[in-house]
Design a protein around this ligand. Structure first.
Ligand code: NAD
Length: 285
């Protein structure tokens, strides 16, 4: 069994982004900028935003976070996004999800300028992904594809079972795999007999949020396991959706949690923001 080391790869990607930022600044005097919108006090969201901000600092981006109270109005968030859409120093806009129940999340995501949509959640970019056109791709599944490529794992013709069908993880993961010529099944909470599906998989990619959902008797010998889940165990430790100790005895490759998909997500946010800055640089002339 080999570990798919997302931490090590993310550090190499981060270094590459950092070098390119220096080059962009030297050649054009421009610094890429990311705006993050954080609503409420959810500790997990606060932790993610803080990690993203630190990563921006490490690679030399300009970053700004707009922190808003839980009871904020739809209009106030929309006004902030409109301002960021117009701000020429901002290349990427990220709205940390989930938003509170009084907010219409779809309307918020649709307001982000697709050219600044570094999370790839705008329907314009979703459509481009599904039709295999260049655009912004959600960071977590994009990071998974980079990690598989790093270990020369070609998904073409492989049976890939994606467990979890959210707009930010499972569905874009399935689109990327399909675009890379994999045979893709998507399972979710209403899937009958999950094991029947996963036992057939050459590659299992699970992003659900249930500790130990994938157990060793659900995995065929030599399968590749990508654990996207992030859960807090009773012990306080971060764990994924896979029973790592037992499944790792059976599979050929596996991502650890932490140190697998998580750091790749942040690395992809940096590379998507740099991509946006380079596109904007062309427009700035
Ligand atoms: P979500 O709640 O929006 O979606 C969960 C999906 O899992 C749904 O499609 C649901 O149908 C499915 N599901 C729920 N219970 C199931 C079960 N018992 N069997 C099969 N399918 C089931 O969650 P999300 O935002 O997609 O996040 C999923 C997980 O991925 C969470 O643990 C989250 O923390 C993690 N995540 C990790 C990263 C990362 O960087 N590694 C990024 C985003 C999300």
């Amino acid at each position: 069994m080999q570990i798919l080391d997302g931490k090590a790869l993310s550090q190499r990607i981060e270094q590459k982004v950092k070098d390119e930022v220096i080059e962009l600044k030297t050649q054009t005097g421009y610094t890429p900028g990311l705006a993050v919108i954080l609503v409420g006090q959810d500790p997990a969201s606060q932790a993610y935003v803080s990690m993203k901000k630190k990563a921006c600092d490490r690679v030399g981006f300009y970053s700004v976070s707009h922190e808003m109270p839980e009871d904020i109005s739809q209009e106030a968030i929309e006004n902030t996004i409109t301002m960021m859409n117009k701000n020429p120093n901002i290349d990427g806009i990220l709205v940390q999800l989930p938003l509170p129940p009084q907010i219409d999340t779809t309307k918020i995501l649709e307001l982000v300028n697709p050219a600044k949509d570094v999370d790839g959640f705008h329907p314009y970019n979703v459509g481009r992904l599904v039709t295999n056109l260049d655009g912004f791709v959600p960071c977590t599944p994009l990071g998974v594809m980079e990690l598989l490529a790093e270990y020369n794992i070609d998904v073409k013709g492989k049976n890939c079972v994606v467990v979890g069908a959210s707009n930010i993880v499972g569905k874009p993961m399935a689109s990327l795999l399909l675009n890379a010529d994999a045979t893709v099944e998507i399972c979710h909470i209403f899937t009958d007999d999950l094991k029947k599906h996963t036992l057939n998989a050459d590659i299992i990619l699970v992003g659900v949020g249930v500790i130990n959902l994938i157990k060793e008797d659900m995995v065929k010998d030599g399968a590749i396991i990508v654990d996207i889940g992030i859960n807090r165990a009773e012990s306080g430790k971060l764990v994924g959706d896979v029973d790592f100790a037992n499944v790792s005895e059976k599979c050929s490759y596996i991502t650890p949690v932490p140190g697998g998909v998580g750091p790749m997500t942040i690395a992809m946010l940096l590379s998507n923001t740099l991509k946006a800055a380079n596109m904007n640089a062309k427009e700035r002339g």
